[in-house]
Design a protein around this ligand. Structure first.
Ligand code: SF4
Length: 172
């Protein structure tokens, strides 16, 4: 199947967030896609060896995931630790899995410095939002995967129903 959907593990009920919790999404489409074998679950940060729980992290300096991928911004924990390398590894793992499993789409939880797609936080740990992509979301998008936030599931349903377009890069 070449039109699978990569999905954030915390959306699927896995307690893998920094605070040790999940943030499950409840929608009939999720049940249907699960039954169809269409969902491929990953927690990018855990795949890079990060523990649960872990200190909250943000992309420093009101920068975005693209800037982290370009090497011009860092990811830091509230405790001061630099976790840029782990976040880059996490993004690489997600892209590799998407390619291996034939995921043309990704359904990712918003706000995370890895999985955020509509917004992330600005690096001040003050709750200020910034429009932009997290590191994994940016890497997936660059690899040709169509990224949807958890609040865009209706748009993803429509997109999946339309079927794959030729030439998507996610097969690479
Ligand atoms: Fe959820 Fe993504 Fe954070 Fe893992 S990296 S806990 S899947 S938001």
């Amino acid at each position: 199947m070449q039109n699978r959907i990569l999905v954030s593990a915390c959306l699927m009920g896995h307690a893998v967030r920094y605070d040790g919790r999940a943030k499950p999404i409840v929608h009939p489409a999720i049940e249907r896609w699960l039954a169809e074998g269409r969902l491929v679950t990953i927690c990018p940060e855990m795949s890079a060896g990060m523990p649960v729980p872990r200190p909250p992290a943000e992309i420093a300096g009101a920068a975005t995931g693209e800037e982290v991928l370009a090497g011009t911004a860092r990811v830091v924990e509230i405790t001061g630790g630099d976790v840029t390398e782990e976040f880059l590894q996490a993004a690489g793992n997600a892209v590799a899995l998407a390619r291996q499993a034939g995921c043309r789409y990704a359904l990712l939880i918003d706000g995370s410095p890895s999985c955020g797609s509509a917004f992330i936080y600005d690096g001040s740990f003050s709750g200020r939002r910034l429009a932009g992509l997290g590191v994994t979301a940016a890497a997936l998008k660059a690899a040709g995967v169509e990224v949807f936030s958890d609040r865009e599931i209706e748009r993803l349903i429509e997109r999946v129903a339309q079927g794959p377009e030729s030439g998507a890069a996610a097969e690479g």
